[in-house]
Ligand binder design. Structure first.
Ligand code: FAD
Length: 391
């Protein structure tokens, strides 16, 4: 029964998966190795995905996208990761627009969504994390002060991925000081910042060298003036708007983790069958085959949770528990598979040309971002199990 298939099983968006596989085959490991080595943005790959309309999969038809459901987005991102590529370069172009779609004005939707769908505009920078507040988002300090028909923004963001490769940034800032709101989740607002208009005029972007090639940056706002029309929805309700997009993001990232896990399992299985030591394939040893089988079992279990979360999301639910569990379990399965794969490859796991060490580094991210495992556990403990809030 197709509806019971886990994301990633044959027959689940088979045409889309096939299209993505064929596209990704044009970008082999050597392409990603080179980008990783010189820390360059995979512009050709992103252009090819854009041209194929794959990054516009979730934008409704009326705004020029394909109007597909979340599970189609999952299939696209999973296949990219499974091919050995890295959708982290552009995955946010697929889902960041959701905030504009759900909470933007008609004028904002008409202005931006068709241009995002065509790829003319990139909206793939998302400024939430700050150096001092970290996971405690409501303690963020970036402040947008209303001044007539504009806002003046001051503050700093950190780990803002792809800011140098995006035209627009979705920015979360305080518009009412923390000590003047009744609930700390109030008084924050979301802005759609046209970065081209303010770069060098209050906006500074600095690359942040990191373990993986993820185009990470630090972003500084110094009396940055943006038009009041940049505000999305109502002032003060931004935290809710951001939260409402998080389930989709978690489910899509979980699908990427499944793709990574399946990449590692594919590679490990092939290598374990081919590599002969002591006159037999290493895969004949239970010490090699059991970790592969265990990683496979955990990945398939996570896939069921991802499929369930996606199905609920498409049915109009807000599946916070399932989305968080899917992301955590898929990130764990992916990391387990990464560890297994590098161990299976022995010393060759460290050779750049095998792509294992690069994917191993890249896969580690999703136990930390966009939300770390501890915070998911805290969410489940408090909101699902009814345990006392721990922080
Ligand atoms: C490569 C990369 C790309 C990123 N891209 C973006 C982006 O585009 N936009 C963006 O806004 N952010 C981005 N991030 C930031 C990312 O979302 C955060 O790093 C992540 O949410 C963790 O926040 P933190 O780094 O501030 O850790 P902290 O909040 O300082 O936490 C540190 C550790 O303490 C744990 N911890 C904290 N509080 C508690 C608690 N109450 N209970 C138990 N454990 C706790 C955390 O789980 C974590 O393990 C990115 C990060 C990386 C590394």
């Amino acid at each position: 029964m197709a509806e019971n298939r886990a994301a990633g099983e044959p027959g689940d968006h088979a045409d889309i998966r096939d299209t993505v596989r064929r596209l990704c085959a044009q970008f082999p490991g050597s392409y990603w190795q080179e980008k990783d080595k010189v820390e360059a943005y995979p512009a050709e790959f992103v252009a090819a995905l854009t041209e194929a309309g794959l990054l516009a999969a979730l934008i409704p038809d009326e705004f020029g996208g394909s109007g597909l459901g979340l599970s189609a987005g999952c299939a696209i991102l999973e296949e990219i990761q499974r091919s050995g590529g890295n959708g982290g370069a552009c995955h946010a172009q697929m889902y960041t627009m959701g905030t504009v779609l759900r909470h933007g004005s008609d004028a904002q939707k008409q202005t931006y969504l068709p241009a995002i769908a065509s790829g003319e505009l990139r909206l793939q920078a998302f400024g939430v994390t700050e150096p001092t507040s970290g996971t405690d988002t409501t303690a963020l300090r970036t402040f947008a002060r209303r001044d007539g028909d504009r806002y003046i923004v001051n503050g700093q963001k950190v780990w803002t991925s792809r800011a140098e490769h995006s035209d627009l940034m979705l920015l979360l800032a305080r518009t009412t000081p923390l000590d003047e709101v009744q609930k700390k989740t109030e008084g924050m607002s979301v802005f759609l910042v046209d970065m081209g208009k303010v770069i060098g005029k209050g906006l500074t972007i600095r690359p942040l060298p990191a373990m993986i090639n993820h185009a990470a940056t630090e972003v500084f706002f110094d009396d940055m003036a943006i038009p009041a029309s940049s505000l999305i929805g109502e002032e003060g309700r931004g935290f809710r708007y951001i939260l409402s997009g998080m389930n989709a993001e978690r489910i899509l990232i979980a699908a990427e983790c499944l793709g990574d896990a399946r990449f590692f399992i594919d590679r490990a299985t092939t290598y374990a069958n081919e590599r002969e030591v002591f006159h037999r394939p290493i895969g004949q040893n239970q010490g090699i085959q059991f970790p592969i089988a265990l990683a496979y079992a955990h990945t398939e279990a996570a896939a069921l949770m991802v499929a369930d979360a996606a199905r609920r999301y498409e049915a109009g639910e807000q599946p916070g528990a399932q989305a968080n569990m899917a992301k955590m379990l898929a990130a764990d399965a992916s990391w387990e598979s990464a560890e297994m794969c590098i161990q299976t490859h022995g010393g060759f796991g460290f050779a750049r040309e095998y792509d294992i060490e690069r994917k191993w580094r890249e896969a580690r991210l999703y136990r930390t971002a966009p939300i770390s495992t501890n915070l998911i556990l805290a969410f489940l403990a408090e909101h699902v199990l009814g345990l006392p809030r721990s922080y």
